[in-house]
Design a protein around this ligand. Structure first.
Ligand SMILES: [Ca+2]
Ligand SMILES: [Ca+2]
Length: 173
């Protein structure tokens, strides 16, 4: 990565930030977006963590995962404002209120979990529509998170505790 971190790395994520154009210089939607990692790091002012995989993805799984991610991007899958709430609210899950698997819209950690299932490193028994970022970073396929970029110590950032927001919501393709 000689010329700066992530200059040649594309990421696909589900995000509600629409200020910046994507890697193809197109306007983005509140939902699945494609970005150059280097540019994404510049536009995000919170702490950025990288969660490395324990093992390289198997080639077949990697291709399957990339195809699925590109498909969600091509289909302009919107952000899932409903299921993101249900995933973190587990109080009533035991009474049948758990999110049903539904990929017609995707929130950040739902996209990552489904992508890892496509790659074949997460069991199909895991329900992606119920996974929070905190759930995702503790998956067995990942190593300990590594801090990539520290936020500037300004007032806004002091109030933010977004340690796991990115690199759980994003996926390298
Ligand atoms: Ca839930
Ligand atoms: Ca969903």
């Amino acid at each position: 990565m000689g010329g700066g971190f992530g200059k040649s790395v594309l990421i696909i994520e589900s995000n509600i930030e629409v200020k910046q154009r994507d890697a193809n210089n197109q306007d983005v939607i509140k939902g699945v977006q494609i970005h150059w990692l280097s540019k994404r790091l510049e536009m995000y002012d919170g702490d950025v963590w990288w969660v490395p995989l324990q093992h390289k993805l198997p080639q077949k799984g990697l291709l399957k995962m990339q195809a699925w991610l590109r498909e969600t991007h091509n289909q302009k899958v919107p952000y899932d404002f409903v299921q993101v709430c249900g995933a973190s609210l587990d109080l009533f899950d035991a009474f049948g209120f758990e999110n049903k698997q539904d990929f017609s819209s995707l929130f950040c950690s739902e996209l990552v979990t489904k992508a890892l299932q496509e790659a074949g490193v997460i069991s199909d028994e895991v329900n992606p529509s119920e996974q929070t970022p905190q759930d995702v970073v503790t998956f067995d396929c990942f190593k300990e998170p590594v801090l990539l970029k520290k936020s500037e110590p300004n007032e806004v950032n002091k109030q933010k505790e977004e340690k796991y927001q990115y690199f759980t919501g994003d996926f390298v393709v």
